[in-house]
Design a protein around this ligand. Structure first.
Ligand code: NZQ
Ligand code: ZN
Length: 388
């Protein structure tokens, strides 16, 4: 285990009734005028928007709004929001939605305090000096954006989907009421579950040894996601299932599992390359790639990690042949995703092999990807060929 410093700055308000505290939580942190960021009109028809604005008004806070944030949020929507934030003199940002809305809000927080093009940060051409403070009300269990400093934005002019991470973008508080996720449909619930699992696996497959406690936390979180994901699909109003999924999603990517080590993240880089061209649902893309990534990267030398995963998480009986058991674990993982309605081939997304070279190039645009097993462009291309 490597040495580390672990701080977590986000206050989590979890459970029923916590929505009522959004006004006080924002006011306590010095907000005067809040920019509310959201996607479709869903939050207006459901009454969520009114609840939030009533709570803000009760504390004497003013607000402006920017909406229409797409899944895989686009740079154009971010820039629109930045203009509203500046014109309306907002000093605080509140995202209401899933990872896309929260990520877009984070990029707006950066852009509102920067004279240049906000895309500069994603291209690593500039480092931010300041950002507007922000908070979130999460409505979809998946990304962990509600408790981390990451944002991922897509530029459709260049077909690039790029991440940017800064401590300045960690939400000051996030409200997690599982009831707000009851309306998430089967596809998004399954994709969210796969995203949560992928975040755990990306950190579990670390090149750093001696992280027993982190690995066992990974086992527990993976089992939780695999237990409650299918329940939430069948019974969307099951509070216990939604609550466990939501908290697992947050814990999976708030830095805890990466303490004392660093993760792999090749699967995410490959998914971002697919999304940048075909706009696929993030978690569904990860469900497709993960088993192929495992098959491609597993060797006799590194099999222990795959074997432990197969035994501890996938319930494969321990036997003498580690490679065989590990392969069975991967087969079971693929079957689990398939049973939730997620893709197992690129063709399930209606994607053929015509642009796989370009996607492999995009995934490795900044150099080799992966840490557990480093991958060059040609390796990524081989993985794409397996997925066709
Ligand atoms: O527009 P709205 O109404 O919000 O609709 C959304 C959207 O259509 C809908 N939805 C959200 N909550 C709902 C709901 N529908 C019914 N009831 C609710 N309660 O679901 C659709 C998908 O939402 P989206 O926000 O796109 O999903 P998700 O949370 O999976 O976010 C995906 C984005 O996050 C990025 C992904 O790349 C992708 O762009 N990621 C962000 C990360 C981070 N910041 O740390 C890490 C992740 O690995 C990921 O890359
Ligand atoms: Zn993800």
């Amino acid at each position: 285990m490597l040495k580390f410093t672990f701080t977590q700055a986000t206050e989590i308000l979890f459970g029923k009734g916590q929505m009522d505290h959004v006004g006080t939580a924002a006011k306590k942190r010095g907000a005067n005028k809040v920019l509310i960021v959201y996607g479709s009109d869903r939050i207006k028809t459901s009454g969520l928007f009114d609840k939030v604005t009533a709570s803000l008004k009760a504390e004497g806070l003013d607000y402006a709004e920017t909406s229409g944030i797409e899944p895989n949020p686009r740079l154009t929507s971010v820039k629109k929001g930045i203009e509203v934030a500046i014109k309306e003199k907002c000093d605080y940002i509140l995202a209401i939605g899933g990872g896309s809305v929260i990520d877009a809000a984070k990029a707006m927080a950066l852009g509102a305090k920067y004279d240049g093009d906000v895309w500069d940060f994603f291209l690593r051409k500039a480092a931010p000096q300041e950002a507007l403070p922000l908070a979130s009300i999460l409505t979809l269990a998946a990304t962990g954006s509600e408790m981390n400093g990451g944002t991922v934005v897509t530029n459709w002019e260049t077909n690039d989907k790029l991440p940017f991470v800064s401590p300045m973008l960690i939400p000051q508080f996030s409200i997690l009421d599982p009831e707000n996720t009851y309306t998430v449909n089967e596809w998004q619930t399954a994709s969210g579950t796969a995203d949560i699992m992928s975040h755990i696996l990306e950190q579990y497959f670390s090149p750093i040894d001696g992280t027993y406690v982190q690995d066992r936390m990974c086992d527990a979180m993976l089992k939780t996601a695999m237990y409650y994901g299918p329940i939430a699909i069948k019974a969307p109003n099951n509070y216990e299932a939604r609550a466990n999924l939501m908290w697992t999603g947050t814990l999976a990517l708030n830095g805890l599992l990466s303490t004392g080590r660093y993760g792999d993240w090749a699967v995410h880089m490959i998914e971002h390359a697919i999304s940048a061209i075909y706009d696929v649902t993030h978690g569904a893309g990860l469900a497709l790639i993960t088993p192929y990534w495992m098959e491609y990267t597993m060797t006799e030398q590194n099999v222990d990690k795959y074997y432990d995963f197969a035994i501890n998480v996938m319930g494969v009986p321990a036997n003498g042949d580690k490679l065989l058991a590990a392969k069975e674990g991967i087969t079971k993982l693929r079957a689990f995703f398939k049973a939730m309605g997620l893709p197992t081939k690129l063709s399930d997304f209606d994607i053929d092999d015509s642009r796989i070279e370009e996607m492999a190039e995009k995934a490795t645009a900044f150099g080799m990807i992966g840490q557990f097993r480093k991958l060059e462009k040609d390796d990524v291309l081989e993985i794409f060929k397996l997925m066709v």
